[in-house]
Design a protein around this ligand. Structure first.
Ligand SMILES: Cc1ncc(COP(=O)(O)O)c(C=O)c1O
Length: 421
């Protein structure tokens, strides 16, 4: 069971929602820091343990700097993410560049920053070579096990995935890079997303540990670190349990002793690039009720819409909803909770049991701290919301202002000023 509590008292949340323009995102610093520390404690035994926070999950420099202070790096997938990491004080090998279908100029910038380049394909060796003057000393490859693993429901079957180097190619990749003069090597994979079954993660460790042994045997290349990717899930539904990270860590440690140590590969550093488990449960989308309507069903219309949080419309994802101040009321009404987009799938919840809802009630969507704001968009010219941080001392600071109409039209050329190309 997971508690779906607000990060502050109902009265404080109501006061914030009355004072600040809704909708807005609120992140709970204390929750994020606790999650970071839980992860570090669980993997304290693991050589070189580090999480490269997946910037795509929550691309806000205040959050990235907060995580950097705790020793986390940044996992970047594009040039703007690389630049965001740099502006947040994260540099060099604290950056993992895990991209795919990568433009040459992104490889150049990653190498210029001294980031760890994680190649997604055997042909990207050539792309990297033509993008940089000198190959980096350290190189990593993303492995796709194909039929050897089943993937999970969200990320899909590895055979169908566009990512990674195949099982047939992986040893060759290291052989080539060794011949080209690379001296240090990493091995990455990501075969699950939002996975709550810890045994899946342990199996991924088994797969990578064994592959390190094979690469050593067949290519004479010693892998310095494995990157387990992201994909640790969070309990979006109240009846789900969080993954037991300590149990996962214990399972991985046993495999480390069984596979890595006897092969003479100890120390083998272990890193992750998790986003969701770090910030997901500690981000809230706070929204006000505009209209309660009765058609063939009962609807609650919010001032937030799927342009602010796309996961429910995109994946049918469940996000728990609290009605501020009505936590103890009976959940004896059934509503579809919608936004105002001209899209009928602009729904945060369908047939959701909630207390009686009235205009101006404050609804808080839980678990929006990862892949929430980041996935937003501007359809129907909806402007993006602000982001605030609830600090550990109880104060609230703005960490991104809301988009304005002027921001929205900044890239447009109005009819009086077209630009000839
Ligand atoms: C390559 C890669 N690494 C890390 C992540 C982060 O995943 P999560 O936030 O679920 O931990 C993702 C998510 O899409 C990803 O594609």
């Amino acid at each position: 069971m997971s508690d779906k509590k607000l990060p502050c008292s109902s009265a404080h949340m109501r006061e914030l929602a009355d004072r600040l323009p809704t909708p807005f995102y609120l992140y709970d610093e204390r929750g994020i820091l606790d999650a970071v520390r839980d992860m570090k404690v669980a993997f304290a035994w693991a050589p070189g343990f580090r999480n490269y926070f997946a910037v795509k999950a929550c691309p806000n420099p205040t959050i990235l700097s907060l995580l950097a202070k705790e020793g986390f790096g940044a996992d970047c997938s594009s040039l703007p993410e690389l630049l965001l990491a740099k502006s947040s004080g994260i540099t060099g090998e604290m950056i993992m560049f895990t991209s795919n279908d990568t433009p040459d100029e992104e490889f150049s910038e990653a190498v210029r920053l001294g980031a760890i380049v994680n190649l997604d394909d055997i042909t990207h060796i050539e792309a990297l070579e033509r993008s940089v003057e000198k190959l980096p000393e350290l190189i990593c490859f993303r492995y796709n096990p194909g039929p050897k693993r089943t993937g999970n429901a969200i990320i899909g079957n590895p055979v169908e995935a566009k990512y990674g180097v195949t099982d047939d190619q992986i040893v060759e990749c290291y052989r080539i890079m060794k011949e080209k003069g690379c001296k240090r090597f990493g091995l990455h994979t990501m075969v699950a997303s939002n996975e709550l079954d810890g045994s899946y993660i342990v199996e991924t460790a088994r797969m990578l540990f064994s592959l390190c042994v094979r690469i050593q045997r067949e290519a004479g290349v010693r892998i310095e670190f494995i990157d387990m990717g992201g994909g640790i899930g969070i309990p979006y539904r109240p009846d789900q349990d969080a993954m037991d990270l300590k149990a996962v860590s214990t399972g991985m440690r046993a495999l480390y002793e069984q596979i890595v140590v006897p092969a003479g590969l100890d120390p083998l550093n272990i890193v992750f690039e998790c986003g969701r488990v770090v910030t997901g449960p500690y981000g809230y989308l706070v929204s006000k009720v505009r209209h309660v309507t009765r058609k063939y069903k009962d609807y609650v219309g919010l001032d937030a819409c799927m342009a602010d949080l796309m996961r429910p419309a995109l994946y049918g994802a469940y996000h728990h909803i609290s009605v501020v101040g009505k936590e103890a009321d009976p959940f004896d009404h059934v509503y579809d909770v919608t936004g105002s987009l001209c899209e009928n799938n602009d729904k945060f919840a369908i047939d959701r049991k909630l207390p009686l809802i009235e205009r101006n009630d404050i609804l808080v969507l839980h678990d929006a701290g990862a892949h929430g704001y980041a996935m937003g968009f501007n359809y129907n010219a909806k402007l993006r919301p602000a982001e605030y941080l609830l600090k550990s001392d109880g104060s609230v600071v703005m960490i991104r202002r809301a988009q304005t109409y002027d921001d929205y039209v900044e890239t447009l050329r109005f009819s009086g000023a077209p630009v000839e190309v």
